[in-house]
Design a protein around this ligand. Structure first.
Ligand SMILES: [Zn+2]
Length: 210
């Protein structure tokens, strides 16, 4: 038994993702208020996706039966080394497409921090496994001493009484960050194309020749 859960439950519990998504949306605000609306939503979605990325390991059991602590939930994808690899990958893709080392480095660092933020939040979860913060040097699992975040059951079990209760608690804990993220003006500004078209001065029509 680990952290109050039976071994069979370990793969079926995780933080709902509200906190991870809120952190992703909040980090997207670094692009500034002048970001066009569509790009703002795409940026926020990409940042939220990166903050959620480590939980891709819950899909592994659907592909094949996992074995070993690295392939179970909160294994390899929840390590700082994985976050660094994702950051390096984003940096490499940025170099290829943006051709700006500085901009690519900024994006790589942001991606690594977003993935790492997932591990930090999971380490504050009340149940479930601790994080392999020192992997591959050590297989010891770590939790933070301060653990306010509830774990919820995944899949349809999220609609159980326990799942909904834990979901509400997580939402309440992240409500200030959610409100701050959604107050980003760029998400709600009018379409830029129409604004530009309206701002363009009309050419005077040529006078008809008599
Ligand atoms: Zn996780």
């Amino acid at each position: 038994m680990v952290g109050g859960l039976q071994p069979a439950q370990l793969n079926m519990s995780c933080i709902a993702g509200i906190g991870h998504i809120a952190i992703g949306f909040a980090s997207a605000r670094l692009h500034g208020d002048e970001t066009p609306r569509v790009r703002a939503w795409l940026t926020a979605g990409a940042c939220a996706g990166l903050a959620m990325l480590p939980d891709i390991d819950v899909l592994i059991p659907a592909l094949y039966h996992p074995h070993g602590p690295l392939l179970d939930h909160r294994g390899l994808t929840h390590t700082p080394l994985f976050a660094l690899c994702i950051g390096a990958l984003v940096f490499g893709v940025g170099l290829r497409h943006l051709r700006s080392r500085r901009r690519s480095a900024q994006l790589g660092i942001l991606a690594a921090l977003l993935v790492a933020s997932h591990c930090m939040l999971d380490a504050m979860a009340q149940d479930g496994r601790g994080m392999l913060f020192l992997w591959p040097l050590s297989m010891h699992r770590y939790h933070f001493p301060f653990r306010p975040l509830p774990d919820i059951p995944t899949g349809l079990q999220i609609f159980s009484q326990l799942g909904l209760r834990q979901l509400l608690i997580e939402t309440a804990l992240f409500l200030p960050l959610i409100a701050d993220s959604l107050s980003w003006q760029a998400l709600w500004r009018p379409g830029q194309i129409n604004a530009r078209a309206n701002a363009r001065p009309l050419r005077p029509r040529p006078e008809p020749s008599s």
